[in-house]
Ligand binder design. Sequence first.
Ligand code: KG4
Length: 340
Amino acid sequence: MENIIILAIESSCDDTSAAVIQDGVLLSNVTASQGVHEEFGGVVPELASRAHQLNIVPVVDAALKRANTKVNQLSAIAFTRGPGLLGSLLVGTSFAKGLALANNIPLVEVNHLQAHILAHFIQTATETKASPNFPFLCLLVSGGNSQIVLVKSHREMEIIGQTIDDAAGEAFDKCAKIMGLPYPGGPWIDRLAKEGNPEAFLFSKPNIPGYNYSFSGLKTSFLYFLRDNLKENPNFIEENKADLCASLQKTIIDILTNKLKRAAKDLKINEIAVAGGVSANSGLRDALLDLGRRHRWTVHIPPFSYTTDNAAMVCQAGYFKYLDGEFCPMDAAPYAKTKI
Ligand code: KG4
């Protein structure tokens, strides 16, 4: 099959994104992020939906123009059906359906979590990157998920471990908020941690069976630790910010990688990938590369542009589904929650 051109739309949370892929090569990837949530310290679903409504037409238009593609050339329109914020998903889903219906183009639905993992297969005209070999383990870490996924093929994925409460990204964001850092706090902690001592403070790690995670206890112990120290010294956070960030980041990374190490050993898999917003974290990237050297893993780390939510990954997932002939009916409704 040749000259397959797919437009993809991603609107699951607070990024409106559109991308175009032709025969497996990404031609464009345009994302409008939403600054409107910053002052609230988290994503406000209603505001996210409204911002998607404003952004979707110019973002899709820019993606098509950058790819030098006209709507009548499209072989299919892929869209994120879920999981995510329902109001946000409705904007992308309805737009994809409208465009498909008006132009008689087939629709392909994409699972957002699978798309994060399949970001490892994105190729552009200028960068070709070695994709993971199957089966591989993917540490999928974002604002809403922390999972270890056994990826058997483009379609067959099994969650072997996941968080029982907060996600790793939430732990970063909530602890950053406690320290008075802006939202989203993950990138701020990452930046400040570079100047700090990761051994300065010791935070307890949860003892959860199997390959599952838990992060809510860490957030609470971080809160109590700061509260106790602020009683003694009201400037405690300001005076120790870099060390607090470095120590917290190290704890989160240790929690994530300890389970990953165990899963890789038990399943005898040495092909390891990381995906999702938290995979942008420089400490996590370094830790995985270091583990790769020590355990002879082949470690796959996505380019920064494909770590947080983006339509390029939806395009890639949609392209694989198109090749498998997997289309979706016009009455497909988005879903807030779903398995991978
Ligand atoms: O995948 P993503 O864009 O979407 C959601 O699941 O919402 O992930 C967003 C998450 C946020 O929690 C953000 O703080 C975190 O990814 N994040 C980071 C970094 N960049 C983004 N966390 C730690 N270090 C980073 N450099």
